[in-house]
Ligand binder design. Structure first.
Ligand SMILES: Cc1cc2nc3c(=O)[nH]c(=O)nc-3n(C[C@H](O)[C@H](O)[C@H](O)COP(=O)(O)O)c2cc1C
Length: 405
């Protein structure tokens, strides 16, 4: 299997609590090409047992503690497998490899979090703490590339924030792209910056993209990306390859298929789909309520009434969904996702066989130029697919009147 191609992609960002399975599946349904898991720290995933969950067509990674109930730390669905990147929080190369190995066979890539500014991360030397210890950061990436990426044939990537000066940032990026990683995401905010502060692209992003390209690494832009249409704008303006969306997707996952940020689907429609998916994959109800709070506008009455709901049936009632409506919605979303992964794997195997025959006869610098051209072609194919994907939903809608997706 070829290593995941990160170029030309719209990506759901890693989000603790918010990036659980329903968010990821609904993002894919609305045009995200790749989805990141929430950050999970090394010692937590390292102790997990891998448990296939055939009823849900998923694999659970379960932590067992002596006097506490079992905890599903990650639920990876078969429909996201080829597009799921697991994000790891770590500050130790050996533990990083141990932890990544637990999930490596069930994901398409491993991403190292080197941007989280929260005290608990920085304090332990992980997240944005790694930006201050570049030797350690490089050592972790090299270990992941050698002992997980190559062994399992999956991508290794890193997500960083910009540093105080462009020069320091470029020096760091020059080191990171030599570690063998396939992609680098840059969250265009400095470590102390709050989410409401504007992302800083000028003076940073275009140069970072250039450094990445010189080394054959895909550059992903993050920070104030709001919709699918932003990908083309960012590519044109800064030369980046891909774009990653966090808070806009947290609020409304249809942002991936919107060409402008205002063009998202109505919140009520999204909430009903979300509930259908959440019930189908047995998402923890408390987490579902938390996620719905992000999706509801202002002070709608449902914000209050859903707090008292004790199960999914009661949640459906709050949003005036009929009993079997959730199952029907899920059936059509599941079908759509299955069609998408089928056509995606076809286009992937085509480009795999092309790149195999090319790589035999070309020097490294030629093949990296070729890769750009291939990426371009694949991007076009992907874009077509994205449009079809959205149309596909419309077709499902029109061929099944009972399902008002
Ligand atoms: C609720 C929430 C949880 C987040 N969790 C993570 C995380 O687990 N790992 C990570 O690298 N960044 C995390 N982030 C940061 C986002 O991935 C992203 O870098 C940031 O929100 C900027 O993107 P935006 O401007 O599209 O929101 C989180 C952000 C939010 C809002």
């Amino acid at each position: 299997m070829a290593i995941l191609n990160y170029a030309g992609k719209l990506i759901l960002a890693p989000m603790v609590r918010s990036g659980e399975l329903p968010t990821r599946l609904l993002s894919l349904r609305y045009g995200a090409d790749l989805v990141w898991s929430p950050e999970i720290v090394d010692h937590k995933i390292a102790i997990c047992a891998r448990e296939p969950n055939p009823r849900l067509k998923a694999v659970d990674f379960v932590a067992r503690y002596p006097n506490k109930p079992d905890q599903v730390v990650l639920r990876a669905h078969s429909l996201e497998r080829s597009r799921l990147v697991f994000q790891l929080g770590t500050s130790d190369p050996e533990l990083a490899v141990k932890a990544a190995t637990v999930v490596a066979a069930d994901v398409a890539g491993i991403d190292l979090n080197a941007g989280c500014p929260k005290h608990f991360s920085v304090h332990s030397g992980s997240g944005a703490g790694l930006l201050k210890t570049p030797d350690k950061l490089v050592a972790i990436l090299e270990a992941l590339v050698a002992e997980v990426g190559r062994k399992f044939g999956i991508g290794i990537s890193v997500k960083i924030r910009i540093l105080d000066t462009p020069e320091d940032t470029f020096t760091l990026v020059r080191r990171l792209v030599k570690t063998g990683i396939s992609a680098l995401t840059v969250h265009c905010r400095k470590v102390p910056m709050r989410p409401r502060e504007r992302a800083i692209r000028e003076g940073y992003l275009a140069q970072i993209a250039e450094i990445c390209h010189e080394a054959g690494v895909v550059c992903v832009a993050n920070g104030d990306v709001y919709c699918g249409g932003d990908l083309e704008r960012l590519k044109k303006e800064y030369g980046v390859d891909s774009a990653m969306i966090a808070t806009a997707a947290e609020k409304n996952m249809s942002c991936f298929s919107a060409s402008e940020k205002e063009e998202v689907r109505p919140w009520r429609e999204m909430v009903c789909e979300f509930l259908a998916v959440a019930k189908a994959v047995d998402n923890n109800l408390t987490n579902t309520k938390y996620l719905l709070r992000n999706m509801l506008p202002g002070k709608v009455p449902e914000r209050q009434t859903m707090a008292n709901a004790r199960d999914y049936e009661q949640m459906f009632e709050v949003f005036q969904m009929k009993k079997d409506e959730g199952d029907m919605k899920w059936a059509s979303i599941e079908q759509l996702l299955a069609n998408m992964s089928q056509s995606q794997s076809q286009s992937q195997s085509q480009s795999e066989s092309q790149s195999q025959s090319q790589s035999q006869s070309q020097s490294q610098s030629q093949s990296s130029r070729k890769r750009e051209a291939e990426n371009g072609k694949e991007i076009e194919e992907e874009q077509e697919l994205r449009v079809k994907r959205f149309d596909g939903v419309e077709q499902v809608q029109s061929t099944n009147n009972a399902i008002a997706i």
